[in-house]
Design a protein around this ligand. Structure first.
Ligand code: ADP
Ligand code: MG
Length: 728
């Protein structure tokens, strides 16, 4: 019997939901372990408090002496809550988070010790992080990089460690993390958007991008997951026959949450609230054992930090509940995968959402300005946006008929389409008073009413307007949101700068009134960007053809898609806005392209090992059982034994044939891997992995899955799909 598998199943059946006591109100828990403004007021002098607030709001530098006060206050707060250590917490380009803990502890002359945390330790650290990816920026013999405090994301306590969000940069100043370019894109967008919003509202001094992510994931019992080397190592199943029942009955989606999973979520939410992650929504997703969690949106830098922190906390809390969390975009073949919708908008310091229409014509013209500029930005840079969602794991999902296609398009709904159609007709040049009144009353003025009944949501669109925000739906569930958000912020910033220049140009050169100039530029933008707008079924073949005729890109895999990251257009975008320099852009590209090859390489080794070490020995065991049976029949029936043994002999032969196919494919795959590994050029290597190594996975899997159906269930060593997906 396949002991590991059956022990795991038994363990899972015996599990009870872990008891959770929710005694405190959520509002009281919220932010308790965060060095929030409230905690700062309590623990900092008013001077140091002010300097932190100015650093957050205006990006002001914090004076040396004040930094010492702040660190002391922070330490007092943290130790009062039981913290013994501190760490600079950052997001290197590995996709996870990094930390190195130091104790609040220093020895002094007289052989005693004190608790200490200096301003210098708060502001800057030098982790020996020479093994983190850097894309060739740092040579290891000079592997110096440092972390620097980001006061815009508050410190928090996790376990007994005070975590200080930081950026991570090389001594030569290049960014080695996700946060640095994100912060720069936030600054660029603030400047560009504030300049534009002041056409409409002079009171605005700051614009921030907001992000509300929706995290999808699977929960699998830890014992079951441990019996699957593919799940444990690559995060997805490389083999496994589809279960008789999958998601076809749609009986899991929004259904009642299974009790073990529910208690996990309650426990998780408790931890999240303590950490100031404003979690709000939880529900079942489409696939069995698939769920979603969404918070209230926040300023984008904080939201990105919170998503990274959340993923870490999810894994930790899962251990307490004997679950493994699967973040992979496609853990199971034939079953929906997971994504991470990024809801994005722009908020002013006066409390207004720039992508939300309002009550006055001015507010609505402001809305239209930001709305149309965003669409134009996406049109002009669709391939750069596509590149940010590319990864080996997201390749399985994009365009697979369950997630947006690899073609970027914008959905705005039929009502707003009508508004844009009207605006396209605006007169070229100065507008007559009659036309302006008409526009303001009947087109711009009607927007809020229109949006109220704008219910036509298109789930197949990768970038959809949903009433007061855009939703980038193509982001993968494993992704760090920073990269797509950096790109979105940057392309919109660039677009708004151009818009301002054009409007100002018309005002000064053609002596146009401001509103006339704005209508004129918007009209042009609507016309120019119309090709990116698509309201139909994004999953269909027809759209692929249509998109091609519109000249939209359709990069089907990561090595192809990533190239747009180092195009001249991308380099100009990031260098002109001072978000990244060319070295940083290329380093990131190198890391991602290498990462792709490594992923496929690991999966290739895994599937080869599992097929040879698990599947083939098992099926030979079963074949021997059959052979014994046939021999026995021959003993009893003599020369007529074939009448009785025909089916068994067919299976014996089928097993041998499948084994032969598997072995042949593995040999060929290994040869293809060897060939790829000998290629110096990382881009060519990634293409070889994609085009020549990866296709073998399907062939090997096909034969293994056929064998799964042939062989005695008792012998099969790998936990089956039905057990992984339907054990709750
Ligand atoms: P859905 O139907 O896609 O689940 P919801 O209305 O529930 O949409 O919102 C999904 C996410 O959008 C939530 O995380 C929410 O906080 C976020 N969201 C709402 N308004 C904004 C905004 N102005 N900016 C960014 N995100 C927002
Ligand atoms: Mg959504």
């Amino acid at each position: 019997m396949a002991t590991l598998r059956f022990n795991a199943i038994k363990k899972t059946f015996d599990r009870k939901p872990v008891e959770i006591n929710e005694v405190e109100r959520r509002s009281e828990l919220f932010g308790r372990n965060v060095f929030s403004k409230r905690a700062m007021r309590q623990y900092l002098t008013s001077d140091s408090y002010k300097s932190v607030i100015n650093a957050i709001d205006k990006g002001d530098k914090i004076e040396r002496q004040l930094a010492d006060h702040i660190s002391t206050g922070m330490k007092e707060w943290a130790t009062s809550k039981g913290a013994t250590h501190y760490t600079h917490w950052f997001q290197p380009l590995t996709g996870s988070t990094a930390e190195k803990h130091d104790a609040f502890f220093e020895t002094v002359d007289d052989n005693s010790a004190i608790e200490k945390f200096s301003g210098q330790q708060l502001v800057q650290q030098e982790p020996d992080a020479s093994s983190l990816p850097n894309g060739g920026i740092r040579n290891t013999f000079e592997a110096r990089g440092y972390t620097a405090w980001d006061p815009t994301s508050p410190a928090f306590i996790w376990g007994t460690t005070l975590c200080i969000p930081t950026i991570f940069i090389a001594y030569t100043a290049e960014a080695l993390d996700y946060k640095t370019p994100l912060l720069k894109s936030i600054t660029a967008l603030d400047k560009a958007a504030t300049d534009v919003v002041r056409y409409f509202d002079k009171k605005v001094n700051k614009v921030t991008a907001t992000l509300g992510w929706e995290q999808e994931y699977f929960l699998i019992d830890s014992a079951l997951a441990a019996s699957r080397p593919d799940l444990m190592i690559s995060g997805r199943t490389l083999l496994g026959h589809s279960p008789a029942k999958g998601q076809q009955l749609h009986d899991h989606y929004f259904g009642s949450i299974p009790s073990r999973a529910l208690n996990y979520m309650r426990d998780l939410e408790h931890e999240c609230l303590l950490l100031g992650i404003p979690v709000k929504t939880r529900h079942n997703e489409v696939a069995p054992n698939q769920f979603e969690l969404a918070p209230i949106f926040e300023e984008v830098n904080l939201a990105v930090d919170h998503n990274s922190l959340l993923m870490h906390v999810m894994e930790k809390v899962a251990e307490r509940h004997n679950f493994v969390v699967l973040f992979h975009e496609k853990p199971f073949k034939g079953i929906n995968g997971s994504g991470k919708h990024n809801n994005w908008s722009l908020a002013t310091d006066t409390g207004s959402n720039l992508l939300s229409p309002g009550k006055t014509p001015t507010k609505n013209l402001s809305f239209l300005t930001f709305f149309v500029n965003t669409i134009k930005a996406v049109y002009e840079n669709e391939e750069i946006l596509r590149a940010t969602i590319a990864s080996a794991s997201n390749d399985h999902r994009l365009g697979a008929g369950e997630a947006p296609p690899a073609i970027i398009s914008v959905f705005i709904g039929s009502q707003l389409t009508k508004v844009l159609d009207e605006l396209e007709k605006v007169t070229d040049g100065k507008l007559s008073p009659q036309e302006k009144t008409d526009l303001k009353l009947n087109v711009v003025g009607k927007i809020p009413e229109i949006l109220l009944d704008n219910t036509d949501r298109n789930r197949t669109s990768p970038f959809a307007f949903t009433g007061n925000k855009f939703e980038l739906r193509a982001v993968g569930s494993t992704a760090n949101c920073a990269d797509p958000m950096t790109v979105l912020n940057s392309i919109v910033a660039k677009q708004l700068i151009e818009f301002k220049q054009e409007v100002d140009g018309l005002i000064s050169s053609k002596k146009m009134k401001k509103d006339d100039a704005i209508f004129n530029v918007l009209r042009d933008y609507i016309k120019k960007s119309s090709k990116i707008r698509f309201e139909g079924d994004g999953y269909g073949k027809a759209w692929e053809e249509e998109a091609e005729s519109r000249g939209l890109s359709n990069y089907r895999n990561t090595p192809e898609a990533l190239k747009s990251k180092i195009s001249k257009k991308a380099i100009d975008l990031f260098t002109q806005l001072e978000i990244m320099n060319e070295t940083e852009i290329k380093a990131r590209f190198d890391i991602e392209i290498e990462d792709y090859s490594k992923h496929i390489q690991i999966e290739g080794r895994l599937i080869g090992d599992i097929a040879r070490n698990h599947v083939i020995p098992t099926v030979i065991k079963y074949q021997n059982v059959l052979i014994k049976n046939v021999k026995g029949l021959k003993e009893i029936y003599g020369k007529d034994f074939k009448d009785q043994a025909k089916e068994q002999m067919n299976i014996i032969e089928a097993i041998s044939k499948h084994i032969a196919h598997i072995n042949k494919n593995i040999d060929q795959m290994i040869d293809a891997r060897k060939k790829a590994n000998h290629i110096e050029d990382p881009v060519k290597r990634a293409h070889l992995y994609c085009d020549e190594v990866k296709p073998f996975f399907e062939d090997i899997r096909y034969h293994c899955d056929k064998l799964e159906l042939l062989v005695d269930d008792e012998l099969w060593p790998l936990t089956k799909y039905r057990e992984l997906l339907f054990t709750k």
